[in-house]
Ligand binder design. Structure first.
Ligand code: FAD
Length: 411
């Protein structure tokens, strides 16, 4: 089986898991990740253990990434995309375009000088220590790429790991099967009446995840102070018939409650209010967790109408009080919007590339399987799911791939 090669599109937890399953069985895997850092959304998440592990899955994503980057059978191409894909005599032919490798991972020692000294914020920092190099260069912000006016990063790097004159590279590959694990795109809440991107202290749950990961506590973006009152607003962009997003994103209640709990443990003075439609249960220990969470967090079964800013960057939230049916206004220091899991921005182009079908929801249609043709899907490319479910779905995709390849080699 070692002569078999599989192309995986998307290096999130699903793509990494599928790659590992196949690599451990002796197959060679080309794992193509569009962004500069592998690991997808889950690699940005914080561990949410308060007094004990709450099984949020963040460490599982870390583990998959660490194992995948070390596996000799996996070639991980970051900043890369599959440009074309065709099939002849049962074998695919693809070409992968990879953006220039400005920072040499073999030389970079993670000293951080390029990050600190770059005048335009063009050096980006990874989330995980398994990101190698730990830094990447954002071409849109780089002054050298804009008008050749700056080479500070090259000059300050003591290891000469940076080279700004690199060009993009093209990698041909001939996979025997393809797995699409391009994940999801988080809903953009700009058009909701919550002042996102207008009021500094309205953030998304994804931004709170990153904040907890990097700073281990919740802080108000406006002044870096610890907020005294936080409101979580659930179902922003999910279960919304007007948007055509009728699905429940499944993970937001669990993720938001776990984050609320961890904030309450680390910052006990902070009051937390949770606005929700109904709480989506998760895991077999949910009942016990939910009972204990309700002691610390005020739960209000209502979704706020509008949010307005007060003079001191506070946020006036209006909502219909469930018992009295009266409209109430309350001031919070920070609002966290639990944004929906929506189909990956690239799903249409990937459907054209691979011939996969797209369901009415916009996610890949798993009922219209292309298994017989050697093309499979994994993870949230199929629809909302948790990290554990994404790993399980990747295992299933790897198993189907093996079955397809065995059937083909027996013929
Ligand atoms: C705010 C938030 C909090 C969450 N919290 C939790 C939690 O606590 N616990 C939990 O279990 N789950 C949680 N989830 C769900 C979790 O994020 C997903 O289960 C997981 O990230 C799915 O992994 P994936 O690989 O399917 O997709 P993704 O994480 O989206 O990864 C897909 C990858 O594919 C890449 N890609 C996209 N298009 C292309 C292309 N054309 N070519 C190459 N690469 C491409 C992307 O750059 C990305 O790296 C949360 C989700 C959100 C939004």
């Amino acid at each position: 089986m070692t002569d078999k090669n599989v192309l995986i599109i998307g290096g999130g937890v699903a793509g990494l898991s599928a790659a590992l399953e196949l690599a451990r069985l002796g197959l060679r895997v080309d794992l193509v990740e569009k962004s500069d850092f592998p690991g997808g959304h889950a690699i940005q998440f914080a561990c949410k253990a308060a007094d004990k592990c709450v099984k949020c899955g963040a460490c599982a994503a870390e583990e998959k990434l660490r194992d995948a980057v070390q596996h000799p059978n996996i070639r991980l191409l970051t900043g890369a995309q599959v440009e074309n894909l065709s099939k002849n005599n049962g074998r695919f032919s693809a070409s992968v375009q990879k953006k220039p490798a400005y920072i040499d991972p073999q030389k970079c020692t993670d000293c951080g000088l390029c990050f600190d000294k770059c005048p335009s914020g063009a050096i980006l920092r990874g989330f995980s220590k398994s990101h190698s190099p730990f830094y990447s260069l954002c071409e849109e912000k780089c002054l050298y790429i804009k008008d050749k006016s700056c080479r500070v990063c090259e000059a300050v790097c003591p290891e000469s790991a940076l080279r700004l004159d690199k060009s993009s590279e093209s990698y041909p590959c001939e996979p025997d099967a393809v797995i699409v694990a391009a994940g999801f795109t988080p809903f953009s809440p700009e058009n909701k009446p919550y002042g996102y991107k207008i009021f500094k202290n309205v953030i998304t749950n994804l931004e709170l995840e990153r904040m907890l990961r990097l700073e281990s506590r919740a802080v108000r973006p406006s002044d870096n102070a610890e907020p005294k009152k936080i409101a979580f607003v659930q179902c922003v962009g999910s279960r919304d018939a007007q948007l055509g997003h009728v699905w429940c994103s499944k993970i937001c209640c669990g993720s938001a409650l776990r984050m609320a709990r961890v904030i309450k443990t680390r910052q006990p003075e902070t009051e937390i209010t949770f606005f929700y439609m109904d709480v989506q249960t998760f895991g077999k220990d949910f009942k016990v967790f939910y009972e204990s969470v309700q002691k610390d967090i005020r739960m209000i079964r209502a979704i706020p109408g509008d949010i307005f800013k007060t003079g001191d960057e506070g946020l006036r939230v209006t909502f219909l009080d469930p018992p009295s049916h009266e409209t109430i206004e309350e001031i919070f220091d920070m609002v966290v919007l639990s944004i929906a899991i929506t189909p990956c921005n690239d799903s249409k182009s990937l459907a054209e590339l691979t011939g996969l079908d797209i369901a009415d929801s916009g996610f890949f249609d798993i009922a219209e399987s292309k298994s017989g043709q050697g093309i499979f899907t994994a993870g949230t490319a199929q629809g909302p799911m948790s990290i554990a479910e994404s790993i399980a779905s990747a295992g299933e995709a790897a198993w189907k791939t093996m079955k397809y390849l065995e059937v083909r080699s027996e013929k």
